[in-house]
Design a protein around this ligand. Structure first.
Ligand SMILES: CC(C)(COP(=O)(O)OP(=O)(O)OC[C@H]1O[C@@H](n2cnc3c(N)ncnc32)[C@H](O)[C@@H]1OP(=O)(O)O)[C@@H](O)C(=O)NCCC(=O)NCCS
Length: 267
């Protein structure tokens, strides 16, 4: 039984430091100190912990963001302890965050994630119904743990809390769809064969961008190839977004994984 609730004390917020070390494998220097989360909670942010069997097994942290006369929540971190991953804890944390935000008249939550972490893409796009349309090359400069070896590129996720697609996914989460049409990249043997990016023709409503299904294993086996994927997908996402596409889902075909890129607004 998993219970989600707002952090009630500084001691509880301190638990997020251990969770960061466990989930990301960051160096001590790269974790967010608990004092930053305390200050954030004190000034309109949300720090929520997931509890199971009397222990904190995950958390989500977001804070108010402001630009162009609009206020929304930017969710900076979410982590689930490795032995509790794959059990729906992240989904429960995000659903709590959505309710919490709506109760405060906040209708949008944003965050960034590494597009080569396909587990996160499945959660963000497929399970939560959010979308991405902005790419940041080497956003953080993080270089340890899960992010070691290749530049820390990020997609900016937008979660429109009242959007029909989001409501739909709250009711029912479909399995990853199969890709349709020819993907923009394929592997041959150990190498990477890229199809020309001019395939992103304006009239195609939907294109599929193949990505490695397990970037961690690929990095362990061949860091150079992992970096080639980073640079290729950086270019592919950037070009697609410049042409008005959005990343809206993660598709699966046997053991291959693809981003579904759809023309906005009829995604
Ligand atoms: C990302 C993270 C928060 C997800 O937590 P979680 O509780 O395991 O997530 P969930 O169980 O709700 O969902 C995981 C989904 O990804 C799927 N998945 C797992 N590996 C996958 C892969 N390689 N490719 C695609 N999907 C994958 C799972 O099957 C599951 O989907 P399903 O329910 O349809 O089967 C957790 O893995 C984590 O803490 N990672 C390290 C820190 C991090 O990356 N934080 C988020 C970035 S800010």
């Amino acid at each position: 039984m998993i219970q989600i609730r707002e952090a009630r004390s500084v001691d509880e917020i301190m638990l997020t430091e251990e969770l960061q070390l466990d989930a990301w494998g960051f160096s001590e220097r790269e974790i967010a100190p608990h004092s930053a989360l305390v200050a954030s909670q004190h000034s309109g942010g949300l720090v929520a912990l997931a509890w199971a069997e009397g222990e904190a097994v995950g958390f989500v942290w977001g804070f108010p963001a402001y630009a162009g006369g609009r206020i929304w929540m930017h969710s900076h971190q979410m982590a689930v302890r490795p032995d509790w991953q794959g059990k729906g804890v992240a989904l429960a944390l995000k659903r709590f965050q959505r309710t919490w935000a709506l109760e405060r008249s906040i209708d949008t939550v944003t965050w960034t994630f590494d597009p080569l972490l396909t587990k996160n893409a499945r959660l963000n796009l497929g399970k939560l119904g959010a979308w991405a349309g902005t790419y940041y090359a080497d956003f953080y400069g993080l270089r340890t743990g899960l992010y070691a070896g290749i530049p820390a590129d990020r997609l900016l996720i937008t979660w429109e809390l009242e959007d029909e697609r989001v409501r739909e996914r709250l009711r029912h989460i479909p399995p990853p769809p199969p890709p349709r049409g020819k993907p923009l990249a394929r592997t041959s043997g150990a190498g990477l064969e890229l199809r020309p990016l001019d395939l992103l023709e304006p009239e195609a409503n939907e294109v599929y961008l193949r990505v490695p299904s397990d970037i961690e294993a690929l990095k362990a086996a061949d860091m150079g190839l992992a970096e080639a994927w980073r640079l290729f997908t950086r270019e592919a996402f950037s070009r697609a977004f410049a042409k008005g596409y959005r990343a809206v889902d993660l598709a699966r075909d046997d053991d291959a994984v693809y981003y579904q890129l759809s023309k906005a607004p009829d995604r």
